[in-house]
Ligand binder design. Structure first.
Ligand code: NAD
Length: 368
């Protein structure tokens, strides 16, 4: 498979000025790197041109401005513009399933740990095209792990999902809740967790799988945020409608057993997710085996509440209609995130208002 190397260009000065105004300072890494023969070790971020991956890359660059990192993304989804302005980022357009290509990169850049975001994420599409999801998310991850093994890289933070739980039998959901995914996407995340757990049991891997609930919000600069095609997430869809550029918002079901009849979800800001990855990465050096941690705010917001907050923040009326329930939508998904608080010292800084405010700023000036 052909690969090419791109060093991401710096954004115009206005961007760096913004950062100065925001007083974003780096802090020292606690992450112990083991440089190999190629020199200084660095981290590899797969899927780093995607929504959450690129936010992590930006967050890492702000926290550790002197450190370089390698981003690998096939650009099947995602946007290379999401990495604009990050001078320490080496970008490779490559599929993680390309074992030989990945091995070359792991060696060349002396990779010591991997933050693995790369996956396909549309629940609906996973049901209609399951092969695409098993091949990319499960087999692709297996190829990545094989390349890591061959190169002696055994530290990994993995993007898992609350979709691995399926229909909740208790709320809030703890990590030991039964994992019975009700869609193919959730199955692929569950199987990848299982592969990692097996690796950690069989050899000295250090694994943290972070099970996010609903990622939302945008970068504090307002210049980077969520952009999926098709967009399926409620906040960008509601805000698109508020901008006047979207179709009528559909609320799927208002007859659930929830306070206002609409589905309840736990929305967590993408910067808070990024911070959790940084903390998890730092812990890997002291950790053996596999850990599974929920990431959520422990606050459940209904779809109607989201619409209300989007109207309040945007100052615009959102045009919505009630449609029939969708199959595979549990009524309520809310995290118990106490393990992440205890183990990582992680506490989300953003509430729903802040999530919607940052998403609105992004929506108003979306560049990609
Ligand atoms: N968005 C959410 O609410 C949410 C919730 C739980 C878990 N997650 C997980 O977080 C991760 C990131 O999600 P996102 O919303 O940023 O998705 P995204 O689609 O924006 O980003 C995924 C990125 O991975 C890349 N990619 C996919 N397959 C690849 C491959 N084989 N090789 C190289 N690159 C590949 C895509 O091109 C894309 O840039 C995913 O693993 C997803 O399952 C997301």
């Amino acid at each position: 498979m052909a690969t090419f190397f791109v060093t991401i260009q710096l954004l115009p000065a206005t961007f760096s000025d913004n950062l100065k105004q925001l007083n974003i300072e780096g802090h020292e890494s606690e992450f112990t790197r083991t440089p190999n023969k190629a020199g200084t070790a660095m981290i590899l971020v797969t899927g780093g041109a995607g929504y959450i991956g690129s936010q992590f890359v930006r967050h890492y660059s702000r926290a550790r401005p002197s450190e370089e990192m390698l981003v690998v993304d096939s650009l099947a989804e995602g946007h290379v513009e999401a990495l604009d302005g990050l001078s320490k980022v080496h970008f490779e357009k490559m599929d993680i399933a390309d074992i030989d290509g990945m091995k070359v990169l792991l060696e060349k850049h002396a990779i010591d740990a991997v933050v693995h975001f790369a996956a396909f994420c549309y629940v609906g599409e996973s049901q209609t095209n399951p092969d695409k999801y098993f091949k990319n998310n499960v087999s692709g991850s297996g190829h990545l792990f094989a390349a890591m093994k061959d190169c002696g890289v055994r530290k990994i933070v993995f993007s898992s999902s609350c979709a691995t739980y399926g229909n909740p039998v208790s709320i809030p959901i703890k990590e030991d809740h039964p994992q019975q995914p009700i869609n193919v996407y959730g199955q692929t995340k569950y199987l990848t967790e299982q592969m990692l757990a097996a690796n950690a049991q069989e050899s000295d891997w250090s694994v943290t799988a972070l099970r996010y609930f609903n990622a939302a919000g945008a970068d504090r600069s307002g210049m980077f945020g969520e952009s999926h095609d098709p967009e399926t997430h409620i906040i960008p869809l509601a805000l698109k409608n508020a901008c006047g550029s979207g179709e009528q918002l559909q609320i799927f079901g208002d007859d659930y057993d929830t306070p206002d009849g609409t589905c309840v979800r736990d929305y967590v800001h993408v910067e808070d997710l990024a911070e959790a990855h940084l903390l998890a990465l730092d812990k890997l050096s002291q950790q053996k085996g596999a850990r599974f941690l929920n990431l959520g705010t422990e606050y459940g917001a209904s779809v109607k509440e989201i619409v209300d907050v989007c109207q309040e923040v945007s100052g615009r009326k959102i045009d919505f209609k009630i449609s029939p329930r969708r199959s595979g939508d549990p009524p309520c998904l809310v995290a118990d995130a106490s393990q992440a608080a205890r183990y990582l010292g992680w506490k989300p800084a953003h509430d729903l208002q802040s999530i919607v405010r940052t998403a609105w700023t992004w929506e108003c000036q979306k560049r990609y």
